[in-house]
Design a protein around this ligand. Structure first.
Ligand code: ZN
Ligand code: ZN
Length: 147
C-alpha cells in the first residue's frame, strides 16, 4: 500500500466510523494501520516521534483514549496493546479479537450468534457489557501452516 492511498483509507475509515479526524489522530491511526501487530502506547510514541519529535506520552494516551471510546481502536488488556478495529462499520456489539501467540498478529471477527448469545447471558446475569471485546489467543493459520 502506498502512502497516499493509506491516508485516503484513514479518511474513509473516519467517515464510515463517524468521528472527526485531526492530524494527530490520523498519524496514530496510520501507525496502527501499517503495523501487522497491535502496538503498545510507547511503541506508537516511538514511531510518532519520527515525524513529531516533540510528542509526549500524554499526547498518545489522549488520542488512544479518544479512539478507544469511539470503538475504532481496541485495547487488548492481556498485553496492553492497541489495534485498529477490523470491523467495517462502527460497532457497539461484541466482537472477538484473536491474537496469535506465536506471531502476535491480531484478527477481529464479529458473529451475530455470539452477539445474540452474550445479550442473553448478560440479561440472565443482570450485567451490562461495556467493553465489547472478547479476547482469545492461539495459533493463526499462517503459523499452523509453517509447522
Ligand atoms: Zn472492532
Ligand atoms: Zn501466527
Amino acid at each position: 500500500m502506498s502512502k497516499p492511498s493509506q491516508s485516503l483509507d484513514i479518511q474513509q475509515f473516519a467517515l464510515t466510523h463517524r468521528f472527526k479526524l485531526t492530524d494527530l489522530r490520523q498519524a496514530v491511526l496510520t501507525i496502527l494501520l501499517e503495523s501487522p501487530q497491535p502496538l503498545g502506547a510507547y511503541e506508537i510514541l516511538h514511531i510518532l516521534r519520527k515525524t513529531r519529535p516533540s510528542a509526549e506520552p500524554p499526547t498518545v494516551y489522549r488520542v488512544l483514549d479518544f479512539l478507544e471510546k469511539q470503538q475504532v481502536v481496541h485495547h487488548l488488556s492481556h498485553n496492553n496493546t492497541f489495534m485498529l478495529c477490523h470491523i467495517a462499520q462502527r460497532h457497539q456489539d461484541v466482537s472477538v479479537v484473536f491474537t496469535c501467540s506465536q506471531c502476535q498478529q491480531a484478527q477481529e471477527f464479529s458473529d451475530p450468534n455470539l452477539v445474540a448469545y452474550l445479550a442473553v447471558l448478560a440479561q440472565a446475569q443482570h450485567i451490562v457489557i461495556s467493553n465489547p471485546i472478547l479476547q482469545i489467543s492461539g495459533q493463526c493459520k499462517d503459523c499452523l501452516a509453517r509447522k
